[in-house]
Design a binder for this molecule. Structure first.
Ligand code: EPU
Length: 302
């Protein structure tokens, strides 16, 4: 979708939002898949209420992009524009055991920065790609921990009230890869309360998690992490593996040989290829195990 109306373009300049025409989302997602649309880069959180009012008044549909690491975007010209926060400098400020973090901060860098300042707890998330905002919205987790456990406060734009609001941690429910945020809420910043731990001990934990991840996940390849959520008590990856589906392909979309719940883009996969592969695997698991696998990856299909 393209914004051509000069009145909208002028207003975007006025509220400090950068318009990047015809951006290929394939270049902004870890899967390397996705069509083209206009990208709106938000330099100040405070612009959001005006920006959303402007888009709504002109019937411009939109979606919020984080780090693009858990996302499968449709092919071709996309029927909505994409909004993304520009990462401020600094993006993490420490105050005792509290870390004030911008949603656009890189998750791994944030964990490393906190570790160097003797704040730990999030070692398990070290290899998870993406932004802190994306991790927060999905309640990213790995190796027995989840980001939600450390949330003290969240600043967000609430589409329902059209305002920037602050929620206390106990007003938000964090479950397995799910939170109580509305789909059109936009994460802006978070305050995490982290346990004190020596850098040496945190590094030890990070090394162990990195080792586990390296040995079981296809890290060098284009993927969106796990495609399906684990149903209660079972591993989706193990079920897919047991069916002998590693290597199954549709075009360049392929079930990883290393971890069967990772589907990789082995070349120039389209969203159509990836969606067909997902549907095929889901059907086979349903037939053999009677289990309906739910997507873990977020799908933006036109
Ligand atoms: N397994 C297989 N074959 C495979 C993959 C796994 O037999 O192809 C077996 C493993 O040997 C193990 C069991 O299945 O006995 C579980 O595997 P793993 O430890 O890799 O964990 P997982 O349940 O597949 C979950 C998360 C990962 C997270 C890891 C580590 C989900 C959907 N996946 O994977 O998160 O990194 O645990 O904590 O919850 C993600 O969210 O994108 C993600 C990758």
């Amino acid at each position: 979708m393209r914004i051509r109306d000069p009145r909208i373009v002028a207003k975007l300049v006025e509220i400090n939002v950068e318009l990047k025409h015809g951006t290929a989302l394939a270049g902004l997602t870890s899967l390397g898949i996705g069509g083209t649309t206009d990208l709106l880069r938000i330099k100040r959180h405070e612009s959001l209420p005006d920006l959303l009012t402007l888009l709504d008044a002109n019937h411009v549909p939109h979606k919020f992009l984080g780090g693009g690491s858990n996302l499968l975007v449709g092919d071709g010209e996309l029927p909505w524009v994409v909004l993304q926060l520009v990462r401020p400098e600094p993006d993490v400020v420490l105050e005792g055991n509290l870390a004030h973090v911008d949603a656009a901060a890189d998750l791994g860098r944030m964990i490393t920065f906190c570790a160097k300042n003797d704040l730990g707890g999030m070692e398990g998330l070290i290899g998870v790609p993406g932004t802190v905002g994306g991790a927060l919205r999905m309640n990213a987790g790995a190796y027995g921990m989840q980001i939600g456990s450390y949330v003290r406060e969240v600043k967000l734009y609430r589409a329902a009230s059209r305002k920037i609001e602050v929620l206390h941690g106990d007003q938000i429910s964090f479950e397995y890869r799910h939170t109580s945020f509305a789909p059109d809420d936009m994460m802006l910043a978070v305050i995490l309360e982290l346990p004190s731990k020596s850098y040496k001990d945190i590094l030890q934990g990070i090394r162990i998690c990195n080792e586990k991840r390296r040995s079981s996940q296809p890290l060098g390849q284009k993927s969106a992490g796990c495609i399906f959520k684990n149903p209660p008590g079972v591993s989706a990856g193990r079920m897919i593996d047991e069916l002998g589906l590693k290597g199954l392909s549709v075009g360049d979309a392929r079930v990883s040989d290393r971890h069967a719940n990772f589907f990789v883009n082995a070349g120039h996969a389209s969203a159509r290829d990836m969606l067909m592969l997902i549907a095929d695997v889901r059907e086979r698991v349903q037939k053999s195990f009677g289990v309906n696998l739910e997507n873990e990856v977020v799908v933006w299909n036109a």
